[in-house]
Design a protein around this ligand. Structure first.
Ligand code: IPM
Ligand code: MG
Length: 356
């Protein structure tokens, strides 16, 4: 398996380095070899090449079986021309690889119950949901867009636009995912206000005819935001458009207590998938050996599972090792608790390696 590795910015480099140690070790254990090659993206690519997504990076990604990403962005590039911000690199590679389906699981590790932000009676009901976010459409990519002067004042605009084939294919991903889980799909929209959402709902209902075994429900996005904190246990799979999914997936992941624990997959058709932790580049703790590497390590597990069926045992081994590490009390700062073994990024990975 050939993996394109893009550490990116901030804590990206340190967490990816630890995840690669885990990849090596699990490969050795199961007699599999991985070929990894590094590519630039985000701020570090801007510094080196003047743009956030060099042509060489796109080429290397396309020639790989999978892509592993750390994180992009940081204050250093906050004042840069918006058209070449680090985030543009991430948006660009999603578009280039046609990664329209973003899978963001949010579940509560039993060992980390204390870190959960919700009341204990709510936590007791459990959190195990999956946000399926559309990733290459909507307001993120719609045109026309821009800022211009009209009647003597500045006007800013974006276009939340979806064609039915875009809605249909992401709805299918949602239904398929639900089929493999508890068979409940909640489609989130704003159909009481937005025309684009009305179409979204219509198409999702059309697609549902092919999935009679999956129970489909609809929820307005404002209500969904509220229900996620009120009772997240009611959700199995949520499918939603790009911007709503951006917001709701952050909410869903943070209520579990640590955004530092959760991996994600971005998938398309006929191109390699991209796997990355849900969290960002955390510039405030970058280079201090404080970052939690577990989300990236779990992203490696997800990468193995989604890229090659025969790699499932390796993914299971990594996930088991992470679980064991948590049960042994190892914690980075973001998930620390009284009496835990507080460790840094490298030591956390050491513990996972030992458990592997
Ligand atoms: C995410 C991030 C990105 C997004 C940014 C960094 C462009 O917030 O992956 O959720 O908005 O999609
Ligand atoms: Mg986001």
């Amino acid at each position: 398996m050939k993996i394109c590795v893009m550490p990116g910015d901030g804590i990206g480099r340190e967490i990816v380095a630890q995840a690669l140690r885990v990849l090596d070790k699990v490969g050795a254990k199961f007699g599999k070899k991985f070929e990894t090659e590094e590519a630039l993206i985000g701020g570090s690519a801007i510094d080196a090449t003047g743009g956030p997504l060099p042509e060489a990076t796109v080429k290397l990604c396309k020639a790989s079986d999978a892509v592993l990403l750390g994180a992009v962005g940081g204050p250093k590039w906050d004042t840069i021309d918006p058209s070449i911000r680090p985030e543009r690199g991430l948006l660009g590679i999603r578009k280039e690889l046609g990664l329209f389906a973003n899978l963001r699981p949010a579940s509560l590790f039993p060992e980390l119950k204390h870190a959960c932000y919700l009341r204990s009676d709510i936590v007791a009901k459990g959190i195990d949901l999956l946000v399926v976010r559309e990733l290459t459409g909507g307001a993120y990519f719609g045109t026309p867009k821009g800022v211009e002067v009209r009647d003597g004042e500045r006007v800013g605009f974006n276009n939340m636009i979806y064609s039915e084939h875009e809605i249909r294919r992401i709805a299918k991903v949602g239904f398929e995912a639900a089929r493999k889980r508890r068979k409940q799909l909640c489609s989130v929209d704003k159909a009481n206000v937005l025309d684009v959402s009305r179409l979204w709902r219509e198409v999702v209902i059309e697609v549902s005819k092919d999935y009679p075994d999956v129970e489909l429900s609809h929820m307005y996005v404002d209500n969904a935001a509220m229900q996620l904190v009120r009772d997240p246990s009611q959700f199995d799979v949520i499918v939603t458009e790009n911007l709503f999914g951006d917001i709701l997936s952050d909410e869903a992941s943070v209520i579990t207590g640590s955004i530092g624990m959760l991996p994600s997959a971005s998938l398309g058709e006929g191109n390699p998938g991209l796997f990355e932790p849900i969290h960002g580049s955390a510039p405030d703790i970058a280079g201090q050996n404080k970052a939690n590497p577990l989300a990236t390590i779990l992203s490696v597990a997800m990468l193995l599972r989604f890229t090659d069926d025969t790699m499932t045992p390796l993914a299971v081994a990594i996930e088991g090792a992470v679980q064991k590490t948590l049960s042994q009390g190892y914690r980075t700062g973001d998930i620390r608790e009284d009496g835990c073994k507080l460790v840094g990024c490298v030591e956390m990975a050491d513990a996972v390696l030992a458990n592997l």
